[in-house]
Design a protein around this ligand. Structure first.
Ligand code: ZN
Ligand code: ZN
Length: 485
């Protein structure tokens, strides 16, 4: 008999941790950070104490209480407190493998806490994206998969080096693990490299969609996944439901990636000053949308050092992104340390690596300032201080191209951003965005076509919408609940 236990991320968006037992194998499908639960206790300046290993996360209920799952160096901290619930270093590995659907932290984040010898299967793009993001980020404790510091990090605090890495394995379509076969299929999402899975054993087949959509640039991938998944005549379909209620059901038009291109194109054409584009660089297709529009409008495309690092990595592994030495791409230098742009201000390893690429062109704020209608610059909330150096002229535009605020903190950030935009000729901003998740009608079509015996909604605040459509075939599960098949 097969079993699925839903440890987290069922009646909420994010934090997905699904435990599947099939034909004698035990897998986790995603092991994400649950932002919502985390936000109940933590915020920007109030974080889990590294000096307590996974102790803080354990006591606050932010990780499942399972033996043989977590890194031995971290489990020691909790045993010191007299807690046996997470076991000890002699426990057998709880799972045979983890299957990671994509590179969003709400699916991947807490893999960092798992035993490093447990293999983590992911797409090649996901691996390179996660590696690139780790290379350029300073906060590592909760989200690092490829270079984590074993704890306690005694001694050389200033530069401890990196002592661990999880064993990442690229999936190439079919993985056979004894009597279990796992098929992986690319799906379209707001990050490239996303996968959907079919797990097959003697008990039947289980399909897991991960996060997906049918209105993006790579919708053909999702269509292909649906056709393939259907062939397995699955027992259970575990499907996301982010948009079961949302933009379209509230009377607002549901935007496709094409619509984003069209609308952003119109705005750019009319803009006489600087265009500022605010989108997640991990959304490589959105990058391509704004890059293409810039070329069409005779604007050079200016990206940050971090963005350049990530795009360069994507280019190296063959993704259809431009070479960062392309004539139309400039890399923006922020003032650092001395504030005078001298070479020694830019000494981090990854920055040196980017700046040493032959043909790379850097640009400073004052070079854009004299010539604003010749540029599109990619910026985000955390870069707002750059407006002081850029000083956008009247007729400049701020295009916000990611999801709208949906929590109180995000609303405060938006208020603060508007204060900046008002001062710098950029208010009101243009909101131009297409969701990373399928709209309701598309989700229903995916279910109808795959036609499973049982539907289990995850990654949604409104699982009951599936019940309204598919009735008793839908099984709404609670956190921690196990179903058998
Ligand atoms: Zn997600
Ligand atoms: Zn996602």
């Amino acid at each position: 008999m097969g079993k699925i236990t839903f440890y987290d991320g069922v009646k909420e968006i994010g934090g997905t941790k699904i435990f599947l037992e099939i034909s004698g194998k035990r897998f986790f499908l995603d092991f994400g950070m649950n932002y919502k639960k985390r936000n109940l206790f933590f915020e920007e300046y109030l974080n889990p104490r590294v000096a307590n290993g996974i102790g803080d996360l354990y006591f606050l209920g932010l990780i499942p209480k399972i033996k043989g799952l977590y890194r031995k160096d971290l489990v020691k901290f909790i045993r010191r407190e007299g807690v046996e619930e997470l076991g000890n270093e002699h426990d057998e590995n709880f799972v045979d493998a983890v299957f990671l659907s994509h590179a969003h932290f709400d699916h991947s984040g807490y893999i960092t806490f798992l035993r490093e010898e447990i293999p983590v299967y992911m797409s090649k793009i996901t691996e390179h994206l996660l590696r690139a993001m780790e290379d350029v980020s300073t906060t590592q404790f909760e989200t690092s998969m490829f270079k984590f510091i074993k704890r306690p990090a005694l001694g050389n605090f200033r530069s401890p080096g990196y002592y661990g890495t999880h064993s990442a394995i690229n999936t190439n379509g079919v993985i056979r693990l004894d009597r279990t076969t796992v098929h992986t299929f690319p799906v379209d999402h707001s990050v490239p490299g996303a996968l959907g899975f079919v797990f097959s054993g003697e008990e039947g087949s289980i399909v897991y969609t991960g996060d997906l959509r049918l209105h993006g640039k790579r919708k053909a991938d999702t269509e292909q996944f649906i056709r393939n998944a259907k062939k397995f005549k699955p027992q259970i379909l575990i499907i996301e439901g982010t948009n079961l209620r949302g933009e379209n059901s509230e009377g607002r038009e549901f935007w496709t990636e094409e619509k984003v291109m069209e609308r952003a194109g119109e705005v750019m054409q009319k803009t006489t000053g600087l265009v500022i584009a605010d989108f997640s660089i991990r959304d490589v297709n959105r990058f391509l949308t704004f890059y293409e529009l810039s070329l069409r409008n005779n604007r050079k495309f200016v990206i940050s050092l971090k963005d350049a690092y990530l795009i360069n990595r994507m280019h190296e592994i063959g993704m259809p992104v431009p070479d960062i030495t392309d004539n139309n791409i400039y890399v923006y230098l922020k003032k650092k340390k001395s504030g005078t742009y001298i070479d020694t201000d830019y000494r981090e390893k990854w920055i040196k690596q980017i700046l040493s690429i032959k043909g790379i062109k850097t640009i400073k704020a004052n070079e854009i300032r004299n010539n604003e209608d010749a540029f599109t610059i990619v910026m985000r909330y955390w870069d707002l201080q750059e407006l002081i150096d850029l000083r956008p002229v009247k007729g400049s535009k701020y295009i916000h191209s990611s999801s709208e605020a949906h929590s109180e903190e995000q609303e405060i950030d938006e208020w603060r951003m508007n204060n900046w935009l008002k001062l710098f000729n950029l208010y009101p901003r243009e909101h131009i965005h297409a969701s990373g998740h399928a709209r309701k009608e598309d989700l229903f079509r995916i279910v109808s076509e795959i036609s499973p015996k049982i539907i289990v909604p995850v990654h949604t605040e409104h699982p009951e919408e599936y019940v309204k459509k598919f009735g008793s075939k839908v099984k709404i599960v609670d956190e921690g609940e196990t179903i058998e098949f």
